[in-house]
Design a protein around this ligand. Structure first.
Ligand code: C2E
Ligand code: MG
Ligand code: MG
Ligand code: MG
Length: 293
């Protein structure tokens, strides 16, 4: 925070803030270049239906490959920077396009229930041109809207709920699904769940972290599953890392799950192999036996 308005009326910045601004500008320039040079790519994390053990969807997650070192950067290191500028609009549009192209390619080896999820920042979703871009992207890639789901976070409901309501309504009208991501990690004002026409709640992985040792967390997760059911929403748990968490979710009739225990996010080729084999990732057979009961 700037030492705002010194006695003279000028705003003065500390050296620490100036260097932070420098970094931000440098990082923005880097993201711009990466967009132009196509340095971003997608990895895919399978989602499973717990009643059947089937892979019913996959989430696209963006990665940035440094062309010089070959190192891969996780979204946490650049999405927040992109979100502070308008670069996030371009980045989200690019991800949406790549995801739809790929999802359309997978159509011949998937059934109609198979849905690809794409994360979208509140800022992008509320941009005037977003809906046009979404419609155009679906048309150009030939992906049916029913095969696409957008993941949003509750941030969108806090900023400007009239605009948000309108954006959400329009997206649902063209037949694209909407999931509320990271549910249970933020402000969790439940009122908006009644106002917004959503399809899915994704339980934040922080609620699963010490599930086994915390009866209270178990009750919270149970409560979210019941809430989703009562609102007619599907509910998917994120960050399933072990068998105990999976067992709990199956017992509680959570609809779906995603996490390292079933599969980490994988590159396109491996995802294609999973789909071609009509199976999921590592440990899937064991997992399917557990689910189909
Ligand atoms: P998210 O949408 O909640 O995605 C789930 C994150 O949890 C992913 O991290 C995934 O790799 C990680 N994860 C999945 N299973 C497990 C598990 O069992 N244990 C643990 N510890 N982690 C697990 P990732 O890929 O680093 O993405 C982080 C966040 O970055 C995403 O959270 C999403 O908010 C954002 N993001 C990713 N791609 C995009 C994008 O294309 N656009 C925008 N706007 N945001 C994106
Ligand atoms: Mg997500
Ligand atoms: Mg999440
Ligand atoms: Mg997130």
């Amino acid at each position: 925070t700037a030492k705002a308005e010194g006695r003279s009326g000028f705003v003065t910045f500390s050296p620490a803030i100036l260097s932070q601004i420098d970094m931000q500008l440098g990082e923005e320039a880097g993201i711009k270049r990466a967009l132009n040079c196509d340095e971003f790519f997608l990895v895919w994390q399978p989602q499973f239906e717990l009643a059947t053990g089937r892979m019913t969807g996959t989430e696209a997650l963006v990665r940035w490959r440094d062309p010089v070192s070959g190192a891969v950067r996780a979204p946490a290191s650049f999405i927040p920077i992109a979100e502070r500028s308008d670069l996030i609009l371009e980045l989200d549009n690019m991800v949406l396009r790549k995801a739809c192209v790929q999802a359309a390619r997978w159509m011949p080896i998937t059934t109609e229930e198979f849905v690809c999820s794409v994360n979208v920042s509140a800022k992008s979703l509320q941009a005037d041109a977003y809906l046009t871009h979404l419609t155009e992207t679906l048309r150009q890639t030939g992906l049916p809207p029913s095969r696409l789901q957008l993941e949003i976070t509750e941030g969108i409901f806090i900023q400007n709920s009239r605009d948000a309501l309108e954006s959400v309504g329009k997206i649902r009208n063209i037949g694209v699904s909407l999931a509320l991501d990271d549910f249970g990690s933020g402000y969790a004002s439940f009122g908006y769940l009644a106002d917004f026409n959503l399809n899915q709640l994704k339980i934040d992985r922080s609620l699963l972290s010490d599930l086994a040792s915390s009866t209270k967390k178990q009750n919270v997760v149970r409560g979210i599953i019941a809430l989703a059911n009562s609102l007619g929403l599907t509910v998917v748990a994120e960050g399933v890392e072990n068998e105990a968490q999976l067992d709990f979710l199956i017992r509680e009739h959570c609809h779906g799950a995603q996490g390292f225990f079933m599969s980490e996010p994988v590159e396109e080729r491996l995802m294609t192999n999973y789909l071609a084999a009509r199976q999921g990732g590592v440990r899937l057979e064991q997992f399917q036996e557990k689910c189909v009961t």
